[in-house]
Ligand binder design. Structure first.
Ligand code: AP5
Ligand code: ZN
Length: 217
């Protein structure tokens, strides 16, 4: 199965993708995470991506498509994938169509997480994650059960992203509206688009999403 999560920065793509991954045994594939790994490892792609990400702009299609292709070729992806943050441009969507055609796969659903812009800044500015396992948290909306201890792995170190500041968030939102929002029509045209109200509680959104995913498998 191939699921796509579309939505602006902070919509909850990563949060929901990790929950779906556990429920359906799919692999979460976040180009944002893959790029942050490349930056941390200092690869050529990472060097080219670093400043672009810090400015809140989109990394070039060539780099992102190459990273995605490599990751999709790993054996675990044969179980099915949840694409979180990819595609983000029409060029990327077309490259994905070509790659899936080569592999004999198809898109089961592209789910658009719909959230108001005003909500993003609140969500992003309170976000942090476990330094060990990557589990995501929020200062107000999703605290660990025991303060300072990760629910998933017991880790006690947490980190915040370099691009989670008010100025960068504004550029990321602009990039979303200009370059990524047109994909909603693209997938509507293919008959695979589902829309979901992503303004509510995390668990309620997860339940609605689960129903959509079951219907699309
Ligand atoms: P990426 O890492 O993909 O970031 P993003 O799209 O900006 O999305 P986020 O990770 O910020 O948000 P999310 O929707 O996953 O929200 P989350 O679940 O964390 O991309 C980063 C950069 O990499 C880009 O700017 C670009 O430069 C580059 N890049 C990546 N992919 C690319 C591509 N394909 N092409 C080109 N460039 C690319 O939730 C946010 C917070 O809110 C969390 O703290 C969470 O706990 C909380 N939360 C979640 N849901 C709710 C809820 N319902 N109510 C309250 N709080 C909630
Ligand atoms: Zn952890």
């Amino acid at each position: 199965a191939v699921l796509i999560l579309l939505g602006p920065p902070g919509a909850g793509k990563g949060t929901q993708a990790r929950m779906l991954e556990e429920k359906f045994g799919l692999v979460q594939l976040s180009t944002g995470d893959l790029l942050r790994e490349a930056v941390a490892a200092g690869t050529e792609a990472g060097k080219a991506a670093k400043a672009v990400m810090e400015a809140g702009e989109l990394v070039s299609d060539d780099i992102v498509i190459a990273i995605l292709r490599d990751r999709m070729a790993q054996p675990d992806c044969a179980r099915g994938v949840i694409l979180d943050g990819f595609p983000r441009t029409t060029v990327q969507a077309e490259a994905l169509d070509a790659l899936l055609a080569e592999n004999g796969q198809k898109i089961n659903a592209a789910v658009s997480l719909e959230v108001q812009d005003s909500e993003m800044v609140t969500r992003i500015s309170g976000r942090y994650s476990c330094a060990k396992c990557g589990e995501g948290y929020h200062d107000t909306f999703k605290k660990p059960e025991r303060e300072g201890v990760c629910d998933k792995c017991g880790g006690t170190e947490f980190k915040r992203r370099a691009d989670d500041n008010a100025e960068t968030v504004a550029s990321r939102l602009a990039a979303y509206h200009e370059q990524t929002a047109p994909l909603i029509d693209y997938y509507e045209g293919k008959g695979v688009l589902k829309r979901i109200d992503a303004m509510g509680e995390i668990d309620e959104i997860a339940r609605n999403l689960e129903t959509i995913v079951k219907g699309a498998m």
